[in-house]
Design a protein around this ligand. Sequence first.
Ligand SMILES: Cc1ncc(COP(=O)(O)O)c(C=O)c1O
Length: 401
Amino acid sequence: MITNEELTLEKYIKEKRKQTKDPICAYIYDLKQLRDHAAAIKNSLPSFCRLYYAAKANSDQPLLETLDPIVDGFEVASEGEINKLVAETEKPMIFGGPGKKDREIEAAIHSNVEYLNVESFHELNRINYIAKQKNVTVPILIRVNLSVNISDSHLRMSGVPSQFGIDEREVPSFIEAALDAEFVSIEGFHFHAMSNNLDAESHVRFVKVCIDKTKLWRKQFGLSGMIVDLGGGIGINYWNPEDPFDWEILASGITGLRTEAEDLTLIIEIGRYMTAACGSYVTEVLDIKKNHDQHFAVIRGGSHHLRLPAAWKMSHPFRVYSVEEWNYPFARPEVLKTDVTVAGELCTPNDVLVRKEYVDQLRAGDIVIFEYAGAYAWTISHHEFLSHPYPEIIYVNATEK
Ligand SMILES: Cc1ncc(COP(=O)(O)O)c(C=O)c1O
């Protein structure tokens, strides 16, 4: 459902109760929050830094449509994402990711993909071969796996052995190979290196390393212009949302690198930090029980809708919305002023969204609201496991007021 209205939970629950006896289970995306947040990010960046949205964080059409007028482009990682973006926008795309198929390279060449990230020597040969057959020159960014590890962030794609990019020590020979490849042109370097970094100062240091490395290789090989693609990796503090990533430090840090960036163009490809906060996963408590001295709340839904907390073995930030209505003629199960584990409806002990967190009160029939569920949430979940119905997906504040 897409609506131009604001939606209070109270109103939503009332409407649902009129329509069905089924428990509440929905994703609610606030598109005004997304619009305002994206515009604030864009306005904080200097003109030499372009803002792209990494569609993999959430490629739902209404989110892409909301972001399209604000961002400078999109980062895509498959032919499927290319097609979604082609249907939505004329803005440029950067196509990255390991394991590109020939048909995906062809799809990129035929759409408005402005740069292809190249991840290996074999991929370079394949892109050059396909480009030759089509008699076109394909602009590439060389994806680098840096030797240094800049942050302590949750997941690292760089500074550690990984399937991503070219080992920094091999970059000079890769540049030589790319210069010899007649149908590609080296337009810059791509450095996406981490996920969910919460330390803004270390991210500024990372940006400086990316600039320095690019300048070094540019000079060494007489390259001109140059894109420095910083990737994404800006974090959401799921553990303590009150203490978020300090965007201001990153934005002013990037602005302060103006002189060092010289005639370079920076690109930042933000996924999680862009869309996490606009989405909430809202579910009803089905049961409350005690097992081996621990309290459990079982909700409608679970990790097949919101896989992130199970994948990261963390408690997802949540709040309780109390519902007074209780229609059964017997006692309502509840917990009071204690720790509770919130589990889903799947037949696996891994289906846990909250691990032993304190609640004042939680009852069967109450609603649990999981915040920061707009990125890497529904999209990364195993929807078909146990064949439960999907959550309702609702987009509110669709147009600007
Ligand atoms: C190449 C690339 N760019 C950007 C992103 C977005 O990262 P994030 O969601 O951490 O901002 C990713 C995520 O995996 C990526 O692989």
